[in-house]
Structures are given as C-alpha cells and as structure tokens.
Design a binder for this molecule. Structure first.
Ligand code: ZN
Length: 585
C-alpha cells in the first residue's frame, strides 16, 4: 500500500500538477483591522502567538531592541508565522529628546537585531516611543511612522475584560489598534477581542497588508493613524504554485505567484526570509527533495503562507563507461534497480535512448553517451567517452576538441600514456618533467649511463619516471636547470619556455632553424614575449610548430597544456623534414 501511495504521489508530480495551495482565505472585500503590540517581546508573547495562530490572525509587533535581544526565538517565530516585525527604538527613548544621530542609532541597533530573524535587506516600519514625534524626528526616522486610531489604555487598567471591551467598542474598518504584549491581561483581552470582531466580519492583518490591500503606498517620514476604506481590496497574498515536469531526465521546477509578488524559496529546509533565494525562472532539482516557497510583496509582513512540494524519487547515479582495447563497450550500473541507456551518435543519452543489455563492440571513432534511470529514479546526468579513430579510450578527449587528432596520434605513438582509466587530462598544465619525457619518448633515443652519471640535478626524486629523460635532455643541451643543481621537475612550462625547449631539441638533432624572424607584428601581445625568448618564438612560429590562438595572441606567459605539447610533438616530424641540416662547422 505504501508503495502504491508513493507511486501515485510520483505520478501526480510527473504530471506537473500544481501544489496544493495552503488555505488562503477567499477575498472578501470585507473589514480589515491591524492589531499592533508594543514594547515586547516579553514572557507572554509566545502565548499570544499561539492565540493568533489558532485564530489565523496576523499582527504587527513594534519591538524594543533590548527585548528583541532577550527573546530571539520569539521574534523568529513571529516572523516565520507571517507577522510583521517593526521597530520601537532600542531602549524606549523619547525621540524628541534625542539628537538625529541618537535616533538613527536607536533604530539601527534594533534593525540589526530584527535582521537576525528577517534577514539582511529587510525593511521595518517604526513607531516612536510614547508616540512622541515632531517634524525633525520624522525626517530622522526616514521610514513610515505608525500611530493608532484605537487606544484601549491597556497599560493603565490591567484587566482583560476591560481591554477586550474597549477594543471591541472602538474598532472600526481600517483601524490600527494599540496594545502592549508585555501585560498578560492585554494578551488575554486582545485574543478575546479577536474572537468577537472576527464574528463581526473583521479580518486581522499586518499594518503593511492593511495599506497594500487598500492600494495605499506608505511613504517615509509620514505618520499613519489608520487606513480608511478606499473602495479597493487587493486581497491577501496567495501562496505560489509549484509545479514540476521531467525534462531530459531532470526534474524542472516552475513556480508562479500573483502579479507583482516575488517568490522566495528554499530546497534545503532552511527558514525563508529576506536572504532566501529568489525565483527567477525554472530550475532543476534532483530527488528526493522538497521545495518551500513564499510569495511576497514584502517578506516582512506582506507575504503568503509557505507552500511546499516534495519530490520523492531519488536520482540514479550515472553509469561508468568502460571501453576495452578491442573496442568493447561495457556500462557499469552504479544504482541498484536502475536501467541504463546509451547512444552512439554523439547525442546525450536520455531515458528514451536505447536500453543497455550487454557489451557492444564499437566502431573506431564512436562517441558513447550513457545515463541511468527507469521507473523508480530520476534520470542521471549523461556521461560520455570516446573510442577514437586510432582505437583509444578517452574519457576526456572528444572529436570536437581542436586537439583530438593530436591526442589520438600521441596516444597511438606511445608518447602520451594518459593518467589512467581513459583519462588523458588534455587541459592540465604540462610540467617540465612531463615535457622532457614526451620529447625523450619521441626521440627514440636511450639514455646512456654516462649521461645519467653526469646529471647535476639534486631535486630529481630517485626512481621517478622522468629521471632518465631529464638526464638525456640535459646531456643533449635541450634543457638547463634553474641553477647548477636545480631542475624543478614539477614546475609548469610557460609557452615561451616550451618554444625554447623545442628549438633546442631541433638544434640537438642538427637542424638549421630560420634566424632573425621578427615576431613584433605577428601577435597583438608580442610585447609580452621576454627578450630571451623572442628568437625562439620566431623560430617555432616560422616553422609552423607553434601557432598563435584565434584572438591573434601568443600568450607567452601562459602555462602550456598537455594538449598543446602533444600537438607540437605530432607536428614535429614534418617540421624536421622541412628543415635543412646544420652546415658542418
Ligand atoms: Zn512603547
């Protein structure tokens, strides 16, 4: 039964049905009222939040920074439950007695504390302590200032019934009601008032929603007492819809929200706030995962409930491609129960490609693509490999690469051995030891014991593959050390250094190279070629051994790659044939 349920769930998701939107109350165009709580949070605020949640009522909290620091979990809960966080100074200072910079400091300190729940970049409305302002204070605050139209004087009469009756008797459509959640009697009175007023058709919204729904834009430095009906109600913010479809084996998530609202979302389960990811268009997920999303005009107090959608299928792991020396392809399944699919025509494999049932003999020059998928899995990424024209297995060299043929020939000639398991690392930088080893293999020569004995470098690790090659190259005058005893085998080779090494090799086999080639007009970055390297670069370019790149540059200081070295090696026989012998001395 459980399995059938999960299959049904998966089917619903694959069909791309919208998420069940959480119960957003239907638009009524009815009476709106904003309850505001000052001076907290305090010991009764959690109980207040329980009561608001049970009544599906939203409120606005004008908080004192000192108390925000004392009750961070309460503030986090307020925010996550869709209430509006707002600023009521840091220590309840009377703003008319404060300098402009003291006002800023009072507000900024509290804003930073509220940011801990709401995230950086949030905006907070302000209520001045004691409602005490003047034009200077309003300018210094620089945010909309919230007053009230209903004041039950709850701090004076600590009596829940009195508080309730004063709220009920004075409430009006568009009212902003002032209460203090630091008194237990105020919390009880306010909750009791909500019960009565909801029956009379009032909807409890944040201050921000009260104004947004009535189409009123709040302005900084202006004092607001209430929001009388404007003949307009834009309705609550609807939760976003989340839909999914599989595309090329991946789950693509699309979300929509009402006009003008932004969507904030998470796929990690982290609480949503101002710093959450913002939806900008369809994105891909791998299962199993859950997407949580909120639509908002302002994440702090003008937002929808959280919508969520779960995707229960796991993603299969891509298979491993193996190709034998004889060109037999086998696919290794790395996800139990998954099916494997492949193509041999260079296109990326998908779950609708040919199903793999056993080894296949490949024609040389084939690019294999493979993926894993099936009924119980999201399809893996497609992996590729080449069975080259000369019969080599490459995981990272493909016919569309400019160096494909050179790498294939270098592998065929045995110059380039690869780094193992079909990996040739063509774009990896070539080291001095590797480059000399390539040339040594190319030369077909064998190092002599005398050459070994005369090698002066003390930084060649004994037994390393390159020791013979370096001894040979030093003896033949192809390389020098950095000083008498240091070769630096692992150092990368700059392109102008590679030019020099190839020229020295050609000279070591008695080839006469062109002299005095002027490279200054050949490359836009010719000025970057070092003085010592100009002749060498001229020589490799004149013989066709090295070319510039498409942008018309030579990039003398760039490190040479293994593919570049292999390409030069493959060009070398033809270049050698074209060059005359050096005249005898
Ligand atoms: Zn106050």
């Amino acid at each position: 039964m459980k399995r059938i349920l999960s299959m049904l769930l998966a089917l619903v998701m694959v069909l791309g049905l919208a998420a069940m939107a959480p119960s957003a109350r239907a638009y009524t165009g009815g009476k709106l009222v904003a309850l505001t709580f000052d001076d907290g949070p305090g010991p009764y605020t959690q109980r207040l939040l329980d009561g608001l949640k049970a009544r599906d009522a939203k409120a606005t909290f004008f908080m004192v920074g000192q108390n925000v620091a004392r009750y961070p979990e309460t503030v986090e809960r307020m925010y996550q439950e869709g209430h509006q966080l707002a600023n009521h100074s840091y220590d309840h200072a009377n703003f008319t007695d404060c300098s402009d910079s003291e006002i800023r400091s009072q507000l900024d300190k509290t804003n930073r504390l509220l940011d801990m729940a709401a995230g950086k970049g949030s905006t907070y409305m302000v209520r001045a302590p004691y409602g005490s302002t003047n034009s200077r204070v309003r300018a210094a605050v620089g945010a909309p200032l919230t007053y009230w139209s209903v004041d039950p004087q709850d701090w004076k009469d600590r009596d829940a019934a009195i508080v309730k009756n004063r709220i009920v008797n004075n409430a009006h459509d568009g009212a902003i009601i002032l209460v203090h959640d630091i008194h237990a009697t105020s919390v009880d009175g306010a909750l009791a008032a909500i019960d009565v007023l909801q029956k009379e058709g009032y909807e409890f919204v944040t201050v921000r929603e009260l104004f947004r729904r009535r189409g009123v834009t709040l302005e900084n430095g202006v004092q607001y007492y209430s929001c009388k009906p404007t003949g307009k109600d834009l309705g609550p913010v609807a939760a976003p819809s989340i839909s999914a479809e599989t595309k090329n084996g991946q789950m693509v998530i699309t979300m929509t929200a009402q006009a003008g609202a932004e969507i904030y979302y998470s796929t990690s389960g982290a609480s949503l706030n101002q710093e959450s990811k913002r939806y900008t268009g369809p994105f891909t997920v791998s299962g199993p995962c859950t997407v949580w999303a909120v639509a908002a005009y302002n994440m702090n107090g003008s937002r929808s409930a959280v919508a969520s959608q779960s995707f229960t299928k796991p993603t299969a792991q891509a298979p491993k491609i193996n190709i034998s020396e004889e060109g037999v392809l086998t696919l290794e399944n790395r996800t139990e129960g998954a099916s494997l699919f492949y193509t041999l025509d260079g296109t990326a494999a998908t779950a609708s490609s040919t199903r793999y049932t056993g080894p296949i003999t490949l024609e040389p020059g084939t690019v294999v693509s493979a993926c894993a998928g099936g009924d119980d899995y999201l399809t893996s990424e497609a992996v590729r490999a080449t069975y080259s024209h000369l019969g080599h297995f490459f995981r990272d060299v493909f016919p569309y690469h400019w160096y494909y043929e050179a790498m294939d020939e270098a592998a065929e000639a045995g110059y380039l051995l690869g780094v193992g398991d079909g990996v040739y690392a063509p774009e990896r930088f070539v080291t001095r030891a590797q480059l000399v080893t390539l040339l040594y293999r190319f030369s077909g020569e064998t190092v002599t014991q005398e050459q070994r004995d005369n090698c002066p470098f003390t930084d060649l690790a004994a037994g390393q593959y390159y020791v013979d090659a370096v001894s040979w190259a030093y003896a033949r005058g192809i390389v020098n050390g950095y000083d008498r005893e240091t070769f630096l085998p692992d150092r990368q080779v700059k392109r102008q250094e590679m030019a020099k090494i190839f020229v020295c090799y050609l000279e070591s086999v008695n080839k006469a190279l062109p002299e005095g080639v002027d490279v200054s007009g050949m490359f836009s970055d010719a000025g970057k070629i070092s003085g010592w390297a100009k002749d060498y670069v001229g020589q490799v370019v004149a013989t066709g051994l090295m070319l510039g790149n498409k942008e018309g540059t030579f990039r003398p200081e760039a490190s040479a790659t293994r593919a570049q070295a292999a390409t030069m090696l493959i060009r070398l026989p033809e270049v050698m044939e074209s060059l005359p012998e050096k005249p005898a001395e």
